[in-house]
Design a protein around this ligand. Structure first.
Ligand code: KG4
Ligand code: ZN
Length: 332
């Protein structure tokens, strides 16, 4: 089995996946969300401390499986450096003591494999990656080369949900809370879709966030129905922005296979729009199970299986953590 370890942000997670059948034999995740909620975002020093406590306890539980481990796959980039170091140190220690090879997994590559958890991967593939840290449209070639076709200039899609939630006095993370508030409301506020008449294929969510801030200030005390209207109008505009640029790229690429991944890919309004777009081009839309949209070690173990089969191992002395996405070295 491949042991997957994930600790790039505020989730400690481990998974054991059979490298032949792709069966997920063991999965566990301890989310720190509640601990960070009162601060309105992830506090790195607290995240690091919680990983250091959680990971050894989690590893203790899989001791009976140690003899069945073939390799150890761990997220080493991108993410909060003080969080990444927890998982990477644990992986190095296990690799040395169990004498098993190490596999370095890019967190975003892990997210891409979340749609192939129990099936063979498919490339070429178009990808929309929407998480708390990134908003990317990717084109993955048949041989696994990743081209970045669009990215955000400022906030990410998920982050903008978190910031709007904070302005509305809701907890962190705000994505699911905003979606829930927006559920029964059409949203009649006319927020401007960012970069609508701009030819550049890139995203920007900070202007929309400011429009929301001004609306909240104008409304003063926000009742439930005002909150619902703001959440629904914001969500509609943020998704319209995603779809505006993505439709233009899709028209050029006409992907046969397309995946949406990352924590915010759980958003059902976004999923519906993407289903319509994929249908329009007769392409297959690949989605991760809701449980595995947000950060988890199952996707890291799955990417680990792919790299294990290609014998892409790394010596522990060369395994470094990389906090920011390295576009030069971004490949499957
Ligand atoms: O992939 P992820 O778990 O962590 C990162 O790698 O960043 O993504 C977390 C992000 C958060 O910003 C969260 O608010 C957002 O995903 N998110 C959502 C939804 N569920 C989670 N955003 C919009 N709608 C949702 N239903
Ligand atoms: Zn993530």
């Amino acid at each position: 089995m491949i042991l997957g370890i994930e600790s790039s942000c505020d989730d400690s997670s481990i998974a054991l996946m059979d490298e032949n059948s792709l069966k997920l034999n063991y999965f566990s995740k301890i989310s720190q969300e509640i601990k960070h909620a009162k601060f309105g975002g992830v506090v790195p020093e607290l995240a690091a401390r919680l990983h250091t406590k959680a990971l050894p306890e989690m590893i203790e539980k899989i001791k009976p499986y140690f003899s069945e481990i073939s390799a150890i796959a761990v997220t080493n980039e991108p993410g909060l450096s003080v969080s990444l170091i927890g998982g990477v140190s644990m992986a190095k220690a296990l690799s040395i003591s169990l004498n098993k090879p190490l596999i370095a997994v890019n967190h975003l590559v892990g997210h891409i494999f979340s749609v192939f958890l129990d099936k063979k991967e498919i490339f070429p593939l178009g990808v929309l990656l929407v998480s708390g840290g990134h908003t990317l449209v990717l084109d993955i070639s048949a041989n696994g080369k990743i081209s970045v076709l669009a990215k955000t200039d400022d906030d990410s899609f998920g982050e903008s949900f978190d910031k709007v939630a904070k302005m509305l006095g809701l907890d962190y993370p705000g994505g699911a809370l905003i979606e829930n508030l927006a559920k029964n409301c059409d949203g009649n506020l006319n927020f401007t879709v960012p970069l609508l008449h701009d030819k550049r294929l890139e995203y920007s969510f900070s202007g929309l966030k400011n429009q929301v801030r001004m609306e909240i200030e104008k409304a003063g005390e926000t009742s439930q129905s005002v909150q619902e209207n703001i959440a629904a109008s914001f969500q509609k505009t943020a998704i319209a922005h995603i779809m505006d640029k993505l439709s233009k790229i899709y028209e050029m690429k006409k992907w046969q296979n397309f995946a949406v991944v990352g924590g915010a890919s759980a958003n059902s309004a976004l999923r519906t729009k993407l289903e319509n777009l994929a249908n329009k081009y007769g392409s297959t839309l690949h989605l991760a199970p809701l449980k595995f949209c947000s950060d988890n070690a199952a996707m890291i173990a799955r990417a680990g299986v792919y790299k294990y089969n290609k014998k892409e191992f790394i010596n522990y002395k060369n395994l470094d953590i990389v906090p920011h996405l390295n576009y030069e070295n971004f490949k499957i």
